[in-house]
Ligand binder design. Structure first.
Ligand code: GN1
Ligand code: MG
Length: 367
């Protein structure tokens, strides 16, 4: 963890005018290390974000940043052409280093970047109202729509095979066989559940291979807490966490919204009786997403909308389970068995989605 002195040094590497007053570690997110920093700029308090890229996860920070710059520039141009207001609240603004680079590399070899802090918005760990679900889905749908015409070349795959459920499944079976940490006994039920679902893992991969569903530019981490909602109006202003924006399948994004907004609980809820797919939330999600994407979403994609929630929830579930069995090296954990708890919660949600899948799809078909 970085101390104030080191952070002060890092803060001086960017084109920020003013003096750093204080910085706080932001505890949300399992991967990168993020600080909110307050500066005094001509007597006014101004906030920025400083973030250290996790190089264990993002092996090629240069590619992550090249994607980032292209994507945010494209969206900004669109907003400008439309005459949108408050553009720095609608798309993340990167603050360059003193020598005009997108990141600063410190003496430990860590890569740091800075953003303008978006004021007057809030992120939530759990969705509170159906309107919030609509707003979030609309925002992620809009994000895909804004990038439909991103000029070539193809974006870098910042984490190759990120949502490849078949490879995630293989990683799980490998971790079970290896049992390097002697943890399989404590996760017997979860492993059994995960293995039983094998039949679903290839559905998107096959559909994409056969050309039934197209490759698109997708966000790939559409957790509810990655969308910023305006404090006053509740409108979704901006989506954040753009490191996994890359070529993918539109349904991955919808699926992860189902995972993170349809249950009233957090992803590590211990009381499984509370973990449920709530239909009113799903309906608003589907509405918001389809409203924003109707100009390009194909029939084939729409036909898999309900299923996508199950598949992505399952896939993230097996990733948590694999990480638990492998000694918790990927996702940041805050207690023993944290990843196992997370996996269990995902699997409970998978079961709940499965029970309502038909009703969910019928609703989508009616839109
Ligand atoms: C990670 O760090 P965070 O919370 O934005 C992960 C996602 C998972 C998510 C589960 C790069 O995202 O894929 O869905 O945790 N990000 C990466 O909460 O692996
Ligand atoms: Mg993320």
């Amino acid at each position: 963890m970085y101390n104030q002195e080191q952070l002060r040094h890092i803060s001086k590497q960017f084109q920020i005018y003013g003096e750093l007053r204080h910085a706080e570690l932001c505890k949300i997110g399992h991967i990168n290390e993020t600080y909110t920093a307050t500066y005094d700029q001509g007597g006014t308090k101004v906030r920025y974000v400083h973030q250290k890229i996790n190089q264990g996860v993002f092996r090629k920070p240069g590619q992550v940043m090249r994607n980032f710059v292209r994507v945010t520039r494209h969206i900004r141009q669109k907003l400008e052409q439309e005459g949108a207001d408050q553009i720095t609240r609608r798309v993340i603004t990167l603050v360059p280093t003193l020598d005009d680079k997108s990141t600063y590399r410190d003496k430990n070899g860590d890569y740091w970047r800075s953003f303008v802090f978006v004021e007057g918005v809030q992120t939530y760990e759990a969705v509170e109202t159906p309107r919030q679900a609509y707003q979030a889905a609309h925002a992620f749908g809009l994000f895909q729509q804004q990038l439909v015409d991103l000029p070539s070349p193809r974006l870098h795959e910042t984490i190759p095979n990120f949502h490849n459920s078949r490879l995630r499944f293989q990683a799980l079976t490998k971790a079970v066989e290896a049992d390097d940490f002697g943890r399989t006994a404590s996760a017997r039920k979860e492993i059994e559940f995960a293995l039983k679902q094998e039949k679903i893992v290839d559905v998107f991969l096959n559909a994409m291979k056969k050309g039934k569903i197209p490759e698109r530019i997708t966000h790939n981490d559409t957790k509810f807490n990655n969308v910023m909602l305006d404090n006053e109006t509740g409108e979704a202003m901006c989506v954040v966490d753009l490191d996994t924006v890359m070529p993918g399948c539109a349904l991955y994004d919808f699926g992860d919204m189902v995972r993170t907004t349809t249950s009233s609980t957090l992803e590590d809820e211990l009381d499984l009786s509370k973990v449920q797919m709530r239909l009113p939330m799903f309906k608003q999600l589907a509405r918001g997403y389809i409203d924003a994407t109707s100009s390009f979403l194909t029939k084939a994609e729409r036909s898999l909308i309900a299923f996508s929630g199950k598949l992505i929830t399952y896939t993230i579930g097996i990733r948590f389970l694999t990480d638990y069995l492998s000694g918790d090296t990927y996702f940041r954990v805050h207690r023993p068995r944290h990843n196992l708890d997370r996996a269990r919660t995902q699997f409970k949600l998978v079961e709940s989605i499965e029970r309502k899948e038909e009703t969910m799809q019928k609703f989508v078909d009616s839109l």
